[in-house]
Design a binder for this molecule. Sequence first.
Ligand SMILES: Nc1ncnc2c1ncn2[C@@H]1O[C@H](COP(=O)(O)OP(=O)(O)OP(=O)(O)O)[C@@H](O)[C@H]1O
Length: 764
Amino acid sequence: MSNPRADRESDRTDEIAAEQTYVTMLYGKLDELRRYTTKRLTETLRQTGGTPQARTERDISTTMYTDKLTQLSAVEHGLCFGRLDLDGGERFHIGRLGLFDEDNEYEPLLIDWRAPAARPFYLATAAARDGVLRRRHLRTRWREVVDFEDEVLDLDAAEQGSDLGLAGEATLLAALDARRTGQMGDIVATIQAEQDRIIRAGMNGVLVVQGGPGTGKTAVALHRAAYLLYTFREQLTKRGVLVVGPNSTFLSYIGQVLPSLGETGVLLSTVGGLFPGVTATAEDSARAAEIKGRLAMVDVLTAAVRDRQQAPKDYFEIIFDREPLRIDRRAVTQARTRARRSRKPHNLARRVFRQEMLSALTLRVADRLGRDLLDRRDLDEINVELRADAGVNDALDQLWPELTPQELLDDLLSSPERLRTASRKHLDDDERAELLREPGADWTPADVALLDELAELLGEDDTKEREERARQAREELAYAQGVLHIMEQDEEIADEERLRVSDVLDAELLAERHQTRSDLTAAERAADDRTWTFGHVIVDEAQELSEMAWRVLMRRCPSRSMTLVGDIAQTGALGGAGSWHDVLSRYVADRWKLAELTVNYRTPAEIMAVAADVLDAMDTSLEAPVSVRTSGHQPWLRRVSEADLAAELPGVVAEELRAVGDGRLAVLLPPERLRELGEQVAEAVPDAVIGTRPDGLESPAVLLTVEQAKGLEFDSVIVVDPGGILGESAHGLNDLYVALTRATQRLGVVHTDGLPEVLGTLAE
Ligand SMILES: Nc1ncnc2c1ncn2[C@@H]1O[C@H](COP(=O)(O)OP(=O)(O)OP(=O)(O)O)[C@@H](O)[C@H]1O
C-alpha cells in the first residue's frame, strides 16, 4: 500500500536533488568565470608600454576585471535563491547575478535579481500572476541546497494566504527570526512587493520613502542603490552614488550590504564626513547642534566673512620706498565695494580688491613723484613695485585676508566679539554662549555643515595649486627622462644588442606610473573632493538632518536625483524634520514623490502594541506599521528604586543576556545615565561594552543612548529609565518610540520612579 506522506517526502527529496544538480552547475559556471577573469586581469597587469590610448584602455580593463572579480566573489553565498515556473512551461532561476550559457546562444542560466525578467519573483500574486504558475524559494547553506518553499499562485491559495500579501512567507519568517549578528544582511531573496516598487522606482527626481520602524527603509535604500547601479551603470559609475547615514556606528552596521550584492562603487558617509581633511571627533550639545543647524547660520557666516573685509577707521600709514604711504578709509571702502560687487566668493574677490587698491596706491605714489611727469609705463612699474612690496602686501592681507573655512570658523566660534558682530541679528546671548568654544577645539558633525557653507562663501583661489600641479608634472617628466637616460647608459655598457628601455617605456609613462590616482573609483575620488557631485544620493534617517546639513547634500546633488528614507515619527534631533514638505519645498517645491512602507518586519506584535501607544501619544493621526509576526515573548517591566539602580542594573543585564542565549542585547539609556551607569554595567558584566567602541555592535551586550541606537536592531532590548528618555528633549516621545522598536524578539523596561503613563499597557 502506498503511503502518501512517505511519497511526498520522497518527491521532496527528488526535487532537492534536482535543484542541487542545477545549483552545482551554476557554481561550476561561477568558478569558470572567476578563473577566466583572474587570467585576463593577470595578463593585463603584465602588459607595459604602448601608446597613451593603449594605456588608457589597459587601465579601463584592469578596473573592469578587478570589479568583476570582486562581484564574483561577493555572490558566493546564496548565489541562486529562487525559481519562477511560467505558464508556458518555461522556468527561470533567480540569483545574485546573471549567468549565461555561451555554448547555447547565451541562454540565461541565472537571472540577476535586478533584471526586468526577475520582477515577477517579487511582484506576482495569485490575483495578478503575470504569467507565473509557481514561485520557489530555495534555501541554501554554502553550496548545498537544504530546502525549498513553493508558492502556487492560484486564487484558492491566495484565500488561505496572509492578509499582508507576503511572498515566500516561510522563507521570510525564517530570515526575520534569525539571530542578529551586529551587521545588517541583504534581503534579495525575500524582498516584498511594496519594497520592490520602491527599489525599482525611476532614478529622476526626489523620492521620499516614509515608513515606521522596521519597515525595511534602510534595506530598501541599499537595494535601491544596487538596482540603480545595475540599471544605470554607465551614468552612475562615472559620478558615483553617495549613501548618507546618521553616524559611524550605523555606517559600520550597514557596511556589508552593498558589497554582498557585488557593489563597491558607493561612498558611505555621514554628513560630518563630507569635508575632505576634516574629521568630526567632538560632539555638540543637542542645543548647540540645533543652533548650528539653523538656516539663519547662512546669514551669520555671510556676516562673519564680511566682517573680515576691513576698512580703517580713518587712515593708516605704511612705509613704501622709504617714505610714508597713506592708506585711507575712502580708498579701501571703494575697493571693497567693487570687490563685493564682483559677487565672487571672498578669496576670489580678493584679487579684485587687491587690484583696486594697487591702482589707488599707484596713483598716490605717482602724486608724490609728480604725476604729470610720468607716463603709462612708469605707472605700470610703480604698480609692479607695490605688488612686490612686503609692507604693502601685509597691509592688504590685513584688510582682506585670504581665509580657509577652518580658520574662519575657528576664529568665529572662539571669539565672543566676532561671534556677536556676525550674529547680532540672528542669535541671542544665551545662544551665542552655547556656541562658544576654545580656539583649536576639535570639530563636531554640525561644524562640518558650517565649514562646507564657508567653503562656498570663501571660494578657493586655486591658481597657485594649479601652477604647483603643472610644475610637479613637469618635474616628474624631467625626472623620468633622467631615469631613462641613466638606465639606457647602463644598458649600452652591458649589452649593445639588447632591447632598449626606451623601446618599451617612455618618460611620460614612467611619470604616469608615479601618479597613483588614475585607477581610483568615482566613490574614492569623490571622498577626496568637496566639490564632487554625485549621480544619485541616498539619505537614511533623513528626518534627522538640519537645514544646514540639507544644504550640504543638495550641493552634492545638483541633479536632485535622490532617495530620502526616514520616519517623521522618529525625529530625535531638535533641528530635525517636522514634515517632508518643510524640508523639501525650498529645494524642489512640490516636485517630489512620496512612497510609504507599512509592514514592520523587525518588531514583533507584542512589542509593537507597547510602542503604538507612544506613537498615539505623539500624534493620533500617525499609524503604527503592522508587524508581520509575533515572537511569543511578552515585554517585561521591572521597577527598581533610584538608590538601587546602579547596584541592580548589572544583574538585570546579566539575566537578560542569559535569556537571549547567543543573541545580541542592547541596553538603552538617557545620555546622562549612560555616563553614570555605563561603566558600572560594563565593569560588572564582562560581555557588555559601551557602544561607541568599534567592537560595540559585535559584542553580546552593548550600552547605548537612543540616538546612537537609531537605525540599529538587536535580538533583545532593555530600555532603562523611560521617564528620563521622555524628559531628555522636546522629542522625548519620538526617542522612546525609537528605543522600544529596536528589538526583534524581546523587550524589557527598567524604571525607577513612576512609570510614564504612555507605557501603561506594560503594567497590565
Ligand atoms: N523583505 C525583507 N526580507 C527579509 N528581511 C527584511 C525584509 N524587509 C526588512 N527586513 C528586515 O527587517 C529589519 C528592519 O529593516 P530596516 O532596518 O531596513 O528597517 P527601517 O525601516 O530602516 O527601520 P528603522 O526606521 O527602525 O531604522 C532588518 O533586519 C531587515 O533586514
